[in-house]
Design a protein around this ligand. Sequence first.
Ligand SMILES: Nc1ncnc2c1ncn2[C@@H]1O[C@H](COP(=O)(O)OP(=O)(O)OP(=O)(O)O)[C@@H](O)[C@H]1O
Length: 243
Amino acid sequence: MADTERVPTVVVDGVHITYTVLDGRSGTRRVHAVKGVSFVAYRGEAIGLIGSNGSGKSTLLKAVAGLQPVERGQVYTQGQPSLLGVNAALMGDLTGERNVILGGLAMGMSRAEVRERYDDIVEFSGINEKDDAVSRPMRTYSSGMGARLRFAIAAAKSHDVLLIDEALATGDARFRRRSQRRIDELRAEAGTVFLVSHSNSTITETCERALWLEAGTLRMDGPAREVVAAYEEYTGAGKHPQT
Ligand SMILES: Nc1ncnc2c1ncn2[C@@H]1O[C@H](COP(=O)(O)OP(=O)(O)OP(=O)(O)O)[C@@H](O)[C@H]1O
């Protein structure tokens, strides 16, 4: 893409995020989760976020979504980003069907739009392949089924900025391929997609750019393959299979 066509969708400028946690005896303690992170994301980009457990990936996504206050620095976004997390608020006691309808309405679709896309959403999720799971309460789903339905609902709509936190990790190979295709389409519709994943192959297959966070600091920002290779060297993956 020529530089003149690059339209910024997310600007993160010197962001610091701190949690205050209750600490048994001594009162409160501060956890400095994100330390001076800066980057610019553009239309049409799919950006992977990688890094060790606790390195600040989910915290940064929440800040981009506007759900996490920043202590210092600024986050600018175009439009309202949508955060799709493993814990996204679907209702366990309601059936998959009701959740598709509520989820669609919550994303701003009309009833007619939800009705029109309902079959596609269920088909995309693949949850009804074996039995009529969509008529069961969501609490009876496996974590993979829940994650697939959440992704299918979110993907039914175009997003300026779609933030995906590990949602694809629990899907099987076929679902991952469908998801990757849908992410490509969302990018083609000029959206920006962020994807947090511990699966390095998911990152390189889905994203052309990656950010590597370690202990709250941005260690590397560049082409996904290069960033993943450096991260693998750091974690020793390849030499010792990762669990
Ligand atoms: N709600 C919270 N309250 C206090 N501390 C938190 C909270 N959420 C996260 N943290 C801390 O902030 C730091 C970053 O956590 P975060 O969940 O953003 O990391 P992550 O890179 O997404 O980790 P993982 O790969 O394990 O999902 C960690 O030290 C974590 O303990």
